[in-house]
Design a protein around this ligand. Structure first.
Ligand code: ADP
Ligand code: ZN
Length: 844
């Protein structure tokens, strides 16, 4: 039988405030796609240790699951009709100290409510991967089982059953996994059940402890003379003397391995000294530091701020002094000194004894910023992002949790960092779409960070050169206080942007050209002067599709509704959505035609063309293909910064955040694919991308130049980007949004139904549409669809989309919740195949 679910989350969570010494019941959520919390009885042994925020093991259906304790009660809530005998007992507590702080619990709860996301999934996402334990089945031998083994004939011993039993008997117990290793996956479960039925073994479940632990290494230290074993001060051998000397030179303590190496002695010599109690061998915990040995930039404490910076910082500091929530939008053109303000505002918060959080949109930006923060704040900085090893992540999380670190910098999930007493939250490049999680649980880390700041009474600063329409709108509406840095530092000119009309280039040359003459000349001149350039094309690979000239067929992915991209380096066709790979064809797969054309250049090809044409320019390419190796991105960026490379070719990952003083030319090979995307944010994204990449030029003493190639020179996003006119773009875009009923004027939700069977997907979508219509009888919402999603097939699944719009967010939620509850209750459709997104960022 299923555990009983509570009727109302709120009623139970409120009673958590009563903290009686020994609570009898725990309210638990599991990382599953269910909205409820579940009540369990705590056995006596667990009552004293149970704490809100700890992980707990409890029976769920026929399985044991790991969940999170979100409330404790002394008695059942009288408002909830639960019969004590229906309630199951919890099995085990995994933590004696809560893993989830009250603030993180509250924030995850907000996400779960606001984004209609399962709370347990959010909680799981909030903990570092190394802490997500798993349950294992343990098989233990019984007395009868032992007797049985003694009775087995040699022939019986070698059967699967005999071997399993012998293995279990060896240590008295073992895991089902080990048994599977011995006799094969297919037979293990069946054999184990037979053994259990015979009474020879018993089953229990146990949580496998966290995979990440503190790292330990053997170390050696000198002992004071009074501890030495022989007080006669017998002379040391040469090798022993070397050890003592080496240790003294290194402060009296070294890691074992390093000591052997440095003193070139053997382990046995150290052991002899250990016996004489001249040294001691011990185990030292070592921190896995993601920035160990990194070169740090110089601090900028000596700089005196510009007037605009001073005004902005003063406003932020005044809000910090007030000690209450305040939100700012810091709109500063690229190179206007926003980062300097972030750092000083964080310092101000630290000086008040509070902690600081800085979110950056991409891993790409963490190396640069984390070094800058480390240079200012030293070991007080903890770094959170997905390319850390599990061990590093665990250590950084712990350092923050125990208060050793008080500054956290990281990507999306750093918003859940266990920082206590947050004083300031910085969200850099707040307009970036990557703040949005693209899997369940869907949440936007930017908006979550604002909510977290408001709950913590902290100041939040959203920074950008190209604020999202929503945030600028919020600033206009007075929800955020607006701070502006209108000029670059030292009044350096913004780079001059020029649009290159590729229709003209085609007319003059009469053929398709990747590079216009203007761009080629500019590259030649720039590098002739010994300056650097950045060439952007937001499309990786060599050719974006393969076309047959005979039958017009494009080579498509077998699983997705997209063309395959040719990657020359590996000589494969690759799907950029599902990673499907296949050999590049030499003839058309559908008509066997010989005229196969590779069309649409990608970064790989651009690099090749440029290298051929300019052999003396040192070019590096940065895109997801070249940066899959850990640190490779960082290496290239550092070398480019040091002038060891002349040109960077890459996708949008080179567009943002960096401060290279010798870059005077930025070329955008094409912006047209981005403009053509069927998404209402396409123009906004194109505007942002061009403005950001243009901002990489002319950041030093030298003026910069930006060339943008396009077949649509009249597009308003390009017009305003060229003029570097944010407000002009905003006014035009916001009018469109208003006329077309898009955010920020309406609340938007999307329901994406997916599955392998198209008919089933369509039926489910139609059922949901009916349920939505029924819930929307007062017509406060507009419901669109079901219609095929722009990406109608992905990873072998069909995708059908419904959109809900309403001027009233509460009404939109009411309709959505009612419809989903109805669909779930009637069990007419499988809600696991429906992705519900509130405020979706990607409508593809
Ligand atoms: P943003 O984050 O707005 O792009 P940064 O903070 O990176 O700008 O500043 C751009 C450059 O100007 C950096 O090299 C930074 O060290 C420098 N800088 C910032 N503030 C000042 C200042 N007040 N005086 C001189 N240089 C400054
Ligand atoms: Zn695919």
């Amino acid at each position: 039988m299923q555990p009983i679910s509570s009727k109302s989350k709120t009623a139970l969570a409120n009673s958590a405030a009563i903290t009686a010494p020994a609570p009898q019941y725990a309210e638990v959520v599991f990382p599953l796609r269910v909205a409820q919390t579940f009540t369990y009885r705590l056995p006596l042994a667990l009552r004293a240790d149970a704490q809100i925020g700890a992980r707990i093991v409890a029976p769920f259906g026929r399985k044991l699951l790991i969940g999170y304790v979100v409330a404790l009660h002394d008695a059942l809530d009288p408002g909830v009709e639960l019969d004590d005998s229906d309630i199951k007992e919890a099995e085990e507590l995994l933590d004696t100290e809560p893993m989830l702080t009250p603030e993180v619990l509250e924030v995850t709860r907000w996400i779960s409510d606001y984004y209609a996301a399962p709370w347990g999934e959010v909680l799981k996402a909030a903990l570092p991967a190394g802490l997500n334990a798993t349950i294992e089945q343990i098989l233990s031998i019984t007395a009868e089982g032992r007797d049985e083994i003694a009775k087995l004939s040699t022939k019986q011993v070698s059967t699967a059953k005999g071997r399993a039993l012998a293995l279990i008997a060896e240590d008295g117990e073992t895991t089902l996994r080990n048994v599977a290793r011995e006799i094969g996956q297919a037979r293990a479960a069946k054999v184990a059940r037979e053994l259990e039925r015979a009474g020879w073994i018993t089953f229990t479940n146990r949580a496998r402890s966290a995979t990440a632990r503190a790292k330990r290494r053997k170390a050696v230290r000198l002992l004071p003379p009074e501890k030495h074993a022989d007080k006669t001060a017998r002379a040391l051998t040469a090798a022993q003397g070397k050890i003592v000397e080496t240790l003294i030179a290194d402060g009296g303590e070294m890691f074992f391995a390093e000591l052997l190496e440095a003193a070139s002695v053997s382990a046995s010599t150290v052991q002899t000294l250990e016996k004489r109690r001249i040294v001691e061998v011990f185990i030292r915990e070592v921190r896995r530091d993601p920035l160990a040995g990194a070169m740090l930039p110089q601090t900028t404490d000596g700089l005196s701020l510009t007037d605009a910076q001073t005004i902005a910082l003063n406003e932020i500091e005044t809000a910090l002094d007030a000690g209450a929530y305040a939100a700012f939008l810091l709109h500063g053109v690229t190179g206007s000194g926003k980062t300097e303000i972030y750092i000083r505002a964080m310092r101000a918060a630290l000086l008040k004894g509070r902690s600081a959080m800085m979110l950056v949109p991409e891993i790409a930006l963490t190396p640069v910023f984390s070094r800058r923060l480390r240079a200012h704040f030293g070991d007080a900085v903890a770094i959170f992002h997905s390319s850390l090893t599990v061990g590093e992540r665990f250590d950084e999380w712990n350092r923050l949790k125990n208060g050793e670190a008080r500054v956290v910098i990281g990507t999306r999930s750093a918003v859940f960092a266990p920082a206590s007493d947050l004083g300031i939250v910085i969200i850099d490049e707040e307009h970036e779409a990557s703040y949005r999680q693209q899997d369940s649980p869907y949440y936007n880390a930017r908006d979550t960070a604002v909510v977290r700041a408001s709950k913590a009474g902290a100041v939040v600063v959203l920074g950008s050169a190209t604020p999202s329409l929503e945030s600028f709108h919020n600033a206009r509406a007075g929800k955020y206080r607006y701070l502006q840095l209108p000029n670059r530092i030292a009044n350096r000119a913004m780079a001059r942007a020029e649009i290159v009309d590729m229709r003209e280039a085609f007319k003059t040359s009469g053929r398709h050209q990747v590079f216009s003459d203007q761009l080629l000349t500019a590259i030649e001149e720039t590098h002739g002067r010994g300056e650097q350039s950045i060439i952007l094309l937001n499309r990786r690979g060599y050719s974006s599709f393969v076309l047959c000239r005979s039958c017009g067929e494009r080579v498509q992915c077998a699983n997705c509704d997209v063309t395959l991209t040719f990657h020359r380096g590996e000589n494969n066709l690759v799907c950029h959505y599902c990673n499907f790979r296949g050999r590049a064809p030499s003839e058309c797969p559908s008509c066997n035609g010989q005229f196969i054309y590779f069309i649409g250049e990608g970064t790989e090809q651009i690099e090749e063309i440029l290298q051929k044409r300019f052999p003396s320019i040192r070019i590096a390419r940065l895109d997801r293909d070249t940066t899959s190796r850990r640190h490779s991105y960082e290496e290239v960026i550092l070398r480019f910064g040091a002038g060891e490379l002349d040109m960077l070719v890459g996708t949008q990952m080179i567009a943002k955040g960096h401060d290279f003083h010798n870059v005077t030319l930025v070329g955008v090979v094409s912006v047209d694919t981005g403009l053509a995307l069927p998404d209402f944010r396409a123009a906004e994204r194109a505007f942002q991308l061009i403005t950001q990449v243009a901002g990489r030029a002319g950041r030093g003493e030298l003026a910069g130049r930006v060339l943008i190639q396009t077949f649509h020179p009249e597009h308003y996003a390009l017009r305003h980007a060229r003029a570097q006119d944010y407000e002009g773009f905003f006014e035009e875009e916001i009018r469109h949004r208003k006329n077309m009923n898009y955010p920020p004027f309406v609340a938007l939700a999307s329901l994406l139904v997916h599955g392998e069977d198209l008919t089933r997907v369509q039926t489910t979508a139609a059922e949901i549409r009916d349920a939505l219509d029924a819930a929307n009888s007062e017509r406060h919402c507009r419901i669109l669809g079901p219609a095929p999603a722009p990406l109608a097939r992905l990873r072998g699944e069909h995708r059908v989309q419904l959109l809900i719009k309403s001027r009233s967010r509460p009404r939109l939620r009411a309709v959505l919740d009612m419809a989903l509850a109805y669909a779930a209750a009637t069990r007419r459709c499988d809600l696991n195949s429906v992705n519900v997104e509130i405020d979706p960022v990607n409508l593809m």
